[in-house]
Design a protein around this ligand. Structure first.
Ligand code: ADP
Ligand code: ZN
Length: 435
């Protein structure tokens, strides 16, 4: 079984990778300067010209792009080529505001498919596999992205899209799917449905899952692995840079290898914009080294994580990014304390609860309130009805330990929290409604 889709890149020396990046960056900056007026203006404003960029060491001189720029330039302001050379668009799911559209040439799609193919091979996939794609198809990049990668690997591809969970499981059984691709929250839901249908992981042939598009914890990973009887791999991406496959996990399951021949990654201090040394936690910034349709230079993702070039046991030399903790704009500030929803998820699963939860934040008489609704499984529900308030208190204590502030925990009946077929909505911040 091949271990790599493109070994010449995936296992190249750091020097070779750097040389590829230098060459591509110099060309890309020149191209963008000449063809994208919006970015040329930003460069002019900063007093930097393409001649100032001789290698990736000079990248810090370039201006950043933010989501606000993408909205301002909507829809065509950041196009890198004539619209007639583009063959497709995708749009962000609009998790945090108005959609952003991205354009792809045929070549962009080929390279994107390669990235997803690398991810599928890294998850142990091959042309022998039957790959069920249960990410949403459409403007969202998840479905089409993994679909393209799966076909490139030569898997038999099931373009299921998300939803209709019992039918997903029927197909999985009848066609013997071996790989599933979807959001982690949907994978958890499929696992739950499998159980409800009276089936166990032994009744299906899945061996691996490729899950991403939203933050998820290690605890959630173990839960999904158990409920579906698979090994669960993380995959990262964003529409602005291309879609899933910007980075992917290997068998080591200790962070995702970034496809550095296409995406140059930096970690910056989100406050000052300063580039931080390897190993620092900060905001991830990506530069598209060879994208034609929508070539973004120094795009600030708002995802907070850490990079590492430490040697990986899989043999890949591509730099690794840690699982993002969530976006800087997912971070809640409650009574002055920074809280990531993923921290609460970690506690819930550790304490034996389901990943079906909802966090509600409000401000009542100038005081922030934090309510955490957690769904009980049917067994927990029948066992613990009389102990509910005791269990609520002990879960609240565990959350205080993790995040430092006191929540009000509500253990609720099975099936009362809405399941997600795509990206889960975990937080309702009612304070925003009052503003
Ligand atoms: P939107 O910005 O509307 O959500 P996208 O679908 O392009 O649009 O979402 C990209 C974002 O999803 C990333 O910036 C990141 O915050 C999140 N994301 C994607 N993959 C992962 C992952 N594996 N782990 C954590 N977060 C992820
Ligand atoms: Zn690896």
């Amino acid at each position: 079984m091949t271990k790599f889709f493109q070994p010449e890149i995936e296992t190249a020396s750091r020097e070779e990778i750097r040389a590829i990046q230098n060459e591509k960056l110099v060309k890309q900056v020149k191209h963008v300067y000449e063809n994208v007026k919006y970015y040329r203006d930003l460069m002019d404003e900063k007093g930097v010209t393409p001649d100032d960029i001789k290698s990736v060491d000079d990248i810090y001189k370039l201006p950043f792009l933010t989501k606000a720029d993408l909205r301002e330039a909507y829809p065509y302001g950041l196009l890198g080529t004539d619209l007639k050379n583009c063959v497709r668009i995708h749009a962000t799911s609009g998790t945090t505001g108005k959609r952003v559209v991205a354009f792809y040439t045929q070549n962009d799609i080929e390279l994107w498919d390669d990235c997803c193919a690398r991810a599928i091979i890294a998850a142990g996939g091959s042309s022998e596999d039957i790959c069920q794609v249960a990410y949403g198809y459409g403007l969202f990049t998840g479905g089409m992205g993994l679909h393209g990668g799966s076909q490139k690997v030569g898997c038999l591809t099931l373009p299921m899209s998300s939803g209709n969970t019992e039918r997903q499981i029927e197909f999985m059984q009848d066609l013997h799917s071996t790989i599933i691709c979807c959001t982690p929250s949907y994978a958890a839901y499929i696992g739950e449905t499998l159980k409800e249908m009276g089936l166990t992981p032994d009744d299906i042939d899945l061996k691996a899952g490729i899950f991403g598009a939203e933050p998820w914890t290690e605890e959630m990973r173990r839960d999904i692995e158990k409920s579906l009887g698979i090994k669960a791999y993380d995959i990262y991406g964003l529409t602005e840079s291309t879609g899933p496959g910007v980075a992917f996990e290997c068998e080591a399951q200790t962070g995702m290898h970034i496809n550095e021949d296409h995406f140059y990654a930096e970690i910056i201090d989100p406050e000052t914009g300063e580039v931080l040394p390897e190993g620092s936690k900060g905001e991830l910034v990506f530069t598209n080294l060879d994208k034609e349709g929508f070539p973004l230079l120094r795009y600030r993702t708002r995802d907070i994580c850490v990079l590492s070039t430490e040697k990986c046991s899989c043999g890949r030399t591509l730099i690794k990014m840690a699982k993002p903790m969530g976006r800087s704009d997912d971070m809640l500030i409650i009574r002055g304390v920074n809280v990531f929803p993923s921290q609460i998820e970690t506690v819930l699963i550790k304490e034996g609860y389901s990943p079906n939860y909802l966090i509600e934040v409000d401000r009542i008489k100038n005081n922030d309130t934090l309510d955490v609704y957690v769904e009980l499984s049917p067994e927990q529900f029948s066992d613990t009805v009389k102990d509910i308030s005791k269990n609520e208190k002990s879960l609240a204590d565990a959350i205080i330990q993790m995040v430092g502030i006191k929540p009000k925990v509500h253990l609720v009946a099975p099936k009362t929290i809405k399941r997600s077929e795509g990206k889960a909505v975990r937080v309702i911040d009612k304070r925003k409604l009052h503003d």
